[in-house]
Design a protein around this ligand. Sequence first.
Ligand code: DLL
Length: 441
Amino acid sequence: MNFFQKETETMPVSEIKKLQSEKLVRQVRHVYEHVEPYRRKMDELGVKPEDIRGIEDLPKLPFVTKNDLRDEYPKGFLAVPVKDCVRIHSTSGTTGRRVVAFYTQHDIDLWEECCARAIVAAGGSNEDVVQVAYGYGLFTGGSGLHGGSHKVGCLTLPMSSGNTDRQIQFMMDLGATFLCCTPSYAAYLGESLKERGISPDQNPLKAGIFGAEPWTEEMRRSIEESLGIKAYDIYGLTETSGPGVSFECCEQQGMHINEDHFIAEIIDPETGEVLPEGSRGELVFTSLDKEAFPLLRYRTRDICILSRKKCSCGRTFIRMTKPMGRSDDMLIIRGVNVFPSQIETVLLKEGYSPNYQIVVDRVNNNDTFDILVEMDEAMFGDTVSAITGREKSLMAAMRTMLGIGPAVHLVAPHSIQRSEGKAVRVIDKRKLVTDSQWLGK
Ligand code: DLL
């Protein structure tokens, strides 16, 4: 049984709750004193820091949403002086008012420890060679697993995403035993190895830690077969530091949430009411130790179920299912967060009507991303080469806005079916919703 911080990870539940209560009282005070927009929210509800005496008082506190953070771009939720911060990261896919998350050195240390716990839970030790093929930069995936790998004492290969030839060369030549990347890139690497005639038992990998986007149990099995490894899930979001908020252990029956640093709640996304353990609803996080960007009751929009059933790995931290969907319209395409409203903004700016449809599918474990856009009568009369030119320039504008490039297809006026109710903007053909097989256990 492998633990990075055994005493913490196996703490009795009563002690976890006690620890969370103490930390919460301190954190609410910190936030109230230093985060003006949150103080305003508390004042509006008539809640004072002294009203929060433990985790049982958590429901008294107001929620924070992504929109609150965007409204306060860039530093409204920063709780320490800039001189105390050592880094930022930022959410993917949104230009302009992105969410910027700040970190002190202490925040980075705790975050990296969370990632180290994930690596060790997946069987990693200082004997391992960890290939980090998540993107580095504003995205948290690369830095998070990189830091975790250092903490465990592994040899770290900071590959970042892309450049498949180089990934394979370094994997083979340096003997990478762990692969960390999005599940779709892992699947792609599996196919690429096969194309090069390298069979699953010829590569040095033994495990992978994959997350940042939804993936099914079927996809897990297909990655495991194509790479000859055991594939582990990891979850997190920029707003709560990044990957490592929760991770799978050897049992692979849900992801353990690092409860010494985060309180997880499940709420009804319509009413905001807290739901009992075992209910399906929206996941809400309170970060107990974050100094620079300490969010209380942050609404993730991820739909999942929590379970406190005993796990035979020995960890006592509560488990969450894989996210089963979202309570907003955000899509995750090739690991990048995409909102339909961003697409609409580009179309209107470029002189198109808002008659469009987004079609997302998954072919050979890769996301495909197409946007159909109606032309007006004048455009429709253009030459084929003029229309192709328009498609290309729209694709470039979309890539700038979204961070990934869709295939844009200009279609005849009035050819996209009109709806009598809400317009059907998104056709997501990927079958990604997983049911929690572990709940019955
Ligand atoms: O995706 C952080 C991360 C990096 C997690 C590397 C795991 C590995 P964001 O870009 O802010 O952060 O996106 C956060 O991605 O709210 C979920 O909807 C989704 N997500 C993250 N991990 C998983 C997962 C990173 N394991 C959003 N399964 C979250 C399904 C996931 N969805």
